[in-house]
Ligand binder design. Sequence first.
Ligand code: NAD
Ligand code: UDP
Length: 335
Amino acid sequence: MILVTGGAGYIGSHTLVELINQSESVVVIDNLQNSTELALEKVKEITGKDLTFYQGDIGDAQLLKQIFEKHPIKSVIHFAASKSVNESVSQPLAYYRNNISATVTLLECMAQFNIKNIIYSSSAAVYGDPVYTPMDEAHPIGPITPYGKTKYFGEQILADLAVSDSQWNIVMLRYFNPIGAHHSGLIGEDPLGEPRNLLPYLTQVAIGKRKVLSIFGQDYNTIDGTPVRDYIHVVDLAKGHVQALNLIQKQCGLKVLNLGTGKPTSVLELVSRFEAVTGQKLPYQMMPRREGDAECCYAAPDAALKEMSWKTELSLDNMLEDAWHWQSKNPNGYN
Ligand code: NAD
Ligand code: UDP
């Protein structure tokens, strides 16, 4: 049985589907600070299976103990965190509290119950400004924002834990840019308020909820002047967690792995593929660079292939089709 923290969120809900499809039993804990229980209802609808849900905070040691006493949890997949880069700059303490302190509480409770298998959601944000591309796991570390630092400190805490006790099996996954949605159109990304990320903003423009997409910067040293990223289908990302669980069964110790496609895509390339795939004309305007944006960031995903036989299967067109299917089927997200 697997405990999934933050399972009602964007990546968590997609991972639940893949876990349940592999016949794993799952227990979810989520405080719903950035999600809704409806996502879990949709997961049940997609899979035709039930799941156990606790609405609560991973910083609540009493609740965690109740869960570990009641369910035979073998491994934890730890998604629960606050993830807004902007917000982390204005509210660093809230980010250190939620992403670091609550993670320590979770790890203490796991150790107490002798549960020593964990998959941790890290991020390409730990690398900071790219020094070379594609970026492998040995790329220099240098997170720029409090959010990126919390992800990196989380990695460091786990690495120290692995040194202190060799029974721990820890897979830290550094995600690149997850986009898209489950093919059913029943679950997807549902940001609160004005989206900051490219894809939700773009699909909200396409559906008419927002007037125009601003493209931040056209003077980068890239194929067409706009910044380059490694967009990965959220379903491929979710499947990476199933593979990481298999890796943990082999008593893998500590591993850190990139999850990306290894394929660079510029903002203008993505916009043009979106128009081609969906037939939607997308109004956009060129704007100055957004502060803090890297020029070009994409993964070397070879280690994940070697260590856990994982590679992406879905194309950029699949990502855009599925993101548009979710947005057009649910113009107001889960509401
Ligand atoms: P999300 O906000 O959709 O999901 C996170 C979930 O955790 C939410 O349902 C939220 O309510 C819950 N949560 C937050 N704090 C909690 C707490 N203290 N106790 C219980 N539940 C709590 O985010 P996501 O996009 O699904 O991201 C999942 C993980 O992946 C996060 O750790 C994030 O930092 C990491 N990540 C995300 C991206 C991305 O672009 N989406 C990229 C790299 C890494
Ligand atoms: N971007 C953009 N307009 C937007 C949002 C994002 O041009 O409204 C660009 C942004 O400059 C970056 C890319 O899209 O180059 C991906 O941005 P996102 O915030 O989704 O991811 P991240 O910056 O974290 O890689």
